[in-house]
Write a protein that binds this ligand. Sequence first.
Ligand code: 13P
Length: 338
Amino acid sequence: MTLEEIAKKMCAKGKGILAADESTGTIAKRFKSINVENTEKNRLTFRQTLFSSKAMKNYIGGVILYDETIKQKSTIGLSVPELISKNDAIPGIKVDKGAKSLAGAVGETVTEGLDGLRERLQEYYKLGARFTKWRAVYKIGNTYPSKQSLKSNAHALARYACLVQEAKMVPIVEPEVLMEGDHDIDKCYEVTTNVLNECYNELEIHKVDLKGTVLKPNMIIPGSDSSKKSSSVEIAKKTLECLKKNVPSAVTGIAFLSGGQSEIEASKNLNEINKINDTNFLITFSYGRGLQASALKEFGKDQNNENNIQKAFDHRAKMNGLSSKGEWSENLEKEAAA
Ligand code: 13P
């Protein structure tokens, strides 16, 4: 498959991406919230339960894995990437090494992981990965994000994307503007505009073929502590406008992160965006919490109740699959709950 074909399959209409690439530290927080011990076995059990679920075939085009998981063998004998491919989804891998303090920019971060990346990519390709993820993080504040943070993160994203395409995989470019803060929706729009512009400038300088990329952005949304709430219609309008103005039309897929929205909000907002999508971008989800929160709760109640865990995951995957076509509705959520 060409890179463009891979990107199209990851974001095919009715499908999206499952972000199951929480680092060991992040999954520790998720497991703590449900009182489950953070062991390698428990991490595999939870993830394998999702990857064997019915919804995989119908609603999931790609799965982002963490270094530990891509090397694990499932208890049915297949390796984790084989299990995912068997369900007609593409295995992918998070390759950054996390957001680290940016020298000279107090309180801000730059994402690291470029050293030795070329060699690690070859290993991941052999393990079955056909796409990758790198996440840059930007906080909104009075003096954030600084020019220094915009420039250094965009530069790293572009160098990453270039190496990934050289290794014949599709880079997911994820510049995440965090929801934390009391800023309003227009501030989020303004900061995201600056972030996207800087990223696409650098991607152009590094000659990245945009057709073989997927953008993973935040939606344009008010800060989590903002006193002004926005409707899904407003979020959708501003998000699409921001993408149309700042993302080159050659980009194949745009797959949003959920970023701390509730599961329902994430589905509703994606649905509204797709209802008014008049672009050629394939617009879908690449959710972590937005796809797994309910399933995780079920896992906390009984780790061996595969049926209930999968039921919760299947439902969220189906709802988001519908949102990727603009066909989701609140009634479908209610019917499922009844
Ligand atoms: P959330 O959907 O939970 O924000 O996670 C997506 C992700 O992969 C962040 O890098």
